[in-house]
Write a protein that binds this ligand. Structure first.
Ligand SMILES: O=C(O)/C=C/C(=O)CC(=O)CC(=O)O
Ligand SMILES: [Ca+2]
Ligand SMILES: [Mg+2]
Length: 408
């Protein structure tokens, strides 16, 4: 039988009882930040549930992990605690369970209408790394930035390439991004351009939130890497293409990507995503043993980007992609990150890289969608090569149950 909650959840809601993503919120402005999970149009306040002693399993009983203003302590506790919390919350929110359903005082305190809350960054993010794991994106960027000779560097097929991003400028969805100023790529015989970026772009990504870290000098085995990943967020790696194209040789992206990176407020756990797992892409050449997974999986997560042009009421879908298009899995990314001995810490953020699919209408950024401005998009009758001031960029990710077992 399908698990149902006593909390009313609309059929098209992203937050049924099977999901229960984690975030950090203030119930009203000025109140303290605390962890919560999304259920229908409500946020369940985990500090209230903890204060009432309802986390009563061996890992969480008496723990103050939900009395913190961020999720780092809970992230550090690892999968046994995450599984226990999920089981406790699914039981507590179930239609058949009276504990919270029939306790009006606790319900009043613990279930906060989502429209009233202020969402905050879910974790203190010490370090942020951005990978480059979609072959379609790598190929298209290569064609645009480097030309048709070998658009994908040979190393790309042997290791998940990444650069170290800037953690200080990671912001929560809804935060305004200020157009960066900097040096842009020279055109024709001129010197470099200086001024506000003329090629401001989004990048459709997701990112892994690291749970337990690893000690310096002790790499994580690729087959255990999933135990170090709590879940996934949506991520927009805002990019200034003119700054990037000029500065990135030979050390990689710097100021063209450091002026803002947006993440979604909700972390969808790997446990919730498990039922949407699918086979990962076939890798040819076979990766080295330290990157070879016994079970190599991706997740079937539909992704969409809409742009609401400045001054317009309606938004337009500009791309539809899917997480499963990634060539390198998030577990390979994490294992590769630590193979040198580099230590990860709870709350670290590992961006997947832009998730472009094979078709032109599944490309994950305007650089590809407009082919560096050569083929503008038309949005509600307005042309766009890159983003303009006041444009709003909306990312959506969702998983669909495509069939039910008739006997369940
Ligand atoms: O091919 C390049 O020169 C760079 C491409 C990127 O935009 C790098 C990046 O942020 C990685 C990604 O999002 O896939
Ligand atoms: Ca990126
Ligand atoms: Mg960025």
């Amino acid at each position: 039988m399908t698990l149902k909650s006593f909390v009313q959840v609309q059929p098209d809601s992203h937050f049924p009882i099977q999901n229960l993503p984690y975030g950090v919120f203030r119930p009203e402005s000025g109140s303290t930040a605390r962890p919560g999970v999304a259920i229908g149009d409500y946020v369940l306040d985990l500090s209230e549930i903890a204060r009432d002693g309802l986390f009563d399993g061996p890992a969480l009983k008496g723990s103050d992990c939900f009395l913190q203003p961020n999720l780092n302590k809970f992230l550090a506790m690892g999968r046994p605690a995450w599984k226990e919390a999920r089981a406790t919350l699914q039981k507590l929110l179930a239609a058949t369970e009276p504990t919270l359903r029939d306790n009006a005082t606790l319900r009043q305190k613990a279930l906060v209408p989502m429209e009233k809350v202020e969402m905050l960054l879910p974790a203190v993010i010490g370090d942020y790394t951005d990978f480059f794991a979609s072959m379609h994106h790598a190929k298209n960027c290569g064609l645009i930035f480097r030309g048709p000779q070998n658009p994908i560097n040979p190393n790309w097929f042997h290791l998940p390439i990444a650069y170290h991003g800037r953690a200080s400028s990671i912001v929560i969805s809804g935060t305004d991004i200020i157009r960066p100023r900097g040096q842009g790529h020279p055109t024709a015989n001129s010197g470099p351009y200086f001024g506000p970026s003329l090629k401001l772009d989004f990048e459709l990504e997701m990112a892994a939130i690291v749970g337990p870290g690893n000690e310096l000098g002790r790499p994580v085995d690729v087959n255990e890497a999933a135990d170090h990943i709590f879940g996934l967020v949506l991520m927009n790696d805002w990019s200034a293409r003119d700054i990037q194209a000029w500065e990135y040789v030979p050390l990689g992206p710097f100021l063209g990507k450091s002026f803002g990176t947006t993440i979604s407020p909700w972390i969808v756990t790997l446990d919730a995503l498990e039922q949407f797992a699918c086979d990962a892409a076939k890798q040819d050449p076979a990766p080295l043993p330290y990157l070879t997974e016994k079970i190599s999986k991706n997740y079937d997560i539909s992704l969409e980007v809409e742009i609401k042009p400045a001054g317009h009421e309606a938004s337009c879908v500009v791309t539809r992609s899917n997480f499963k298009h990634l060539y390198w899995t998030v577990t390979q990314q994490l294992a590769h990150h630590t193979i040198s001995g580099c230590n990860l810490r709870p709350g670290d953020l590992l961006g997947t890289g832009t998730i472009s699919g094979p078709e032109p209408d599944s490309y994950g950024c305007l650089l590809e969608l407009t082919w560096n401005g050569q083929k503008p998009l038309t949005l509600n009758g307005t042309a766009r090569k890159f983003l303009e001031d006041g444009d709003e960029v909306i990312f959506t990710g969702f998983c669909k149950v495509t069939h039910y077992n008739m006997f369940s």
